[in-house]
Every structure is written in structure tokens, then in C-alpha cells.
Design a protein around this ligand. Sequence first.
Ligand SMILES: C[S@@+](CC[C@H](N)C(=O)[O-])C[C@H]1O[C@@H](n2cnc3c(N)ncnc32)[C@H](O)[C@@H]1O
Length: 190
Amino acid sequence: MGLRPGQRVLDLGCGTGRALPALRAQVGVDGMVSGVDLTPAMLRAALREGRDADGQLLLADACRLPLRTGAADAVFSAGLINHVPDPAAALREWARVTTPDGVLLLFHPSGRAERAARHGRPLDPDDLTAEENLTPALRVAGWHIEVYEDARHHFLARATAPAPSSEHTARRPRHPPRLLYGRGPVGDHR
Ligand SMILES: C[S@@+](CC[C@H](N)C(=O)[O-])C[C@H]1O[C@@H](n2cnc3c(N)ncnc32)[C@H](O)[C@@H]1O
């Protein structure tokens, strides 16, 4: 993701936390890594894998984050954006919690065509992650897309965050996390 030591990064829809070690490696011991997932079983699996050594694990809805505005320097999210009920609102929420010039990386370990073929269906032109849909969706949410790659074995879109609006800076979290797991070199994004 091009993170620097000491930065704060969120993994939204972290699942079993398999990206957390790589994110921790980028931000180092002085950085902050938080994995957020809505499914307790996923976070329990992450704990069993010892992923809480690399970041705090937060049980929360990535679309209504219990985090203050500008709490993170970067957002990483793999395999989530296609599953949230309102992707446009999610992209706005992710911009809210990210500092100006912060980074968003949407990732999937396979490309759109590969996934469509695996499910025996044609490419869906209405799929949010199609470049012609994602670029305006990001722009409307305030992100500026810089990289779009839809290759056979990976999908990634990298965008940078907007300057904060007065509405954003006035907002505060209203949805406290129901559970917070964590040990090791963690920090406080709230
Ligand atoms: C396809 S899995 C990807 C997991 C992980 N990012 C990875 O690549 O291994 C999607 C994950 O998103 C989580 N999820 C779905 N909706 C969510 C939401 N609104 N907020 C947070 N996590 C969510 C699911 O529980 C699941 O763990």
C-alpha cells in the first residue's frame, strides 16, 4: 500500500486477519493496525490464528465505523465492497475516517473476469468494481482514483482521500464497538 512507519491503517472486512501481518510490516511497531469485521466467528478465527499480535480486532460494521473523523491514514479492504448493502455510503464513510491525502486500497485476490467465470456467469456491467462504475462512485464519495488494475490474479483500486469538509469534521462516532479484541502493539483509532 506504500504505507510509512508509524501510520494508522484499517483493514475493513478483515475476515481472519490474513492481511494484518503485511500491514503491520509496513507501519512498524509505532504504527497502528486495526482489523474490522462484522462477523464474530471471523474475529474468533483471527484470534486463533494469533492475528491480534499484528493489530487490534474490532467487531463493527465497516459502513458505520465507531471511529472518529480522520482516525486512519489508510484503509485497506479486500473482498468487502461488493458485499455491503450501500457501497456509495461505505465509500463516504471510509473517506470520513481517513485523513486528507490518506489512501484507500480495494483489493481482491482474483480479477473480475476470473470470478465471473468461476461462478459461471458473464461479467456484470453494473458491477460496482467495473472501472466505469468505480471511478465515478469513488469521485462522488470524495476519493480520487489513481490506480485501477483488473488482472486475472488480482483486482486492485488505489485512491487518495479528499480534504475534510465542515460536515465531516463536525461528525463524531455514534456506534460504539460491541467488542474489541487485541493484544500486542496496538493503538487507539477511536
Ligand atoms: C470475502 S471476506 C474477505 C475477508 C478478508 N478481507 C480476506 O481477504 O481474507 C468478506 C469479509 O467481510 C466481512 N463483512 C461483511 N460485511 C461487513 C460489514 N458491513 N462490516 C464489516 N465486515 C463485513 C465478512 O464477515 C467477511 O469476513
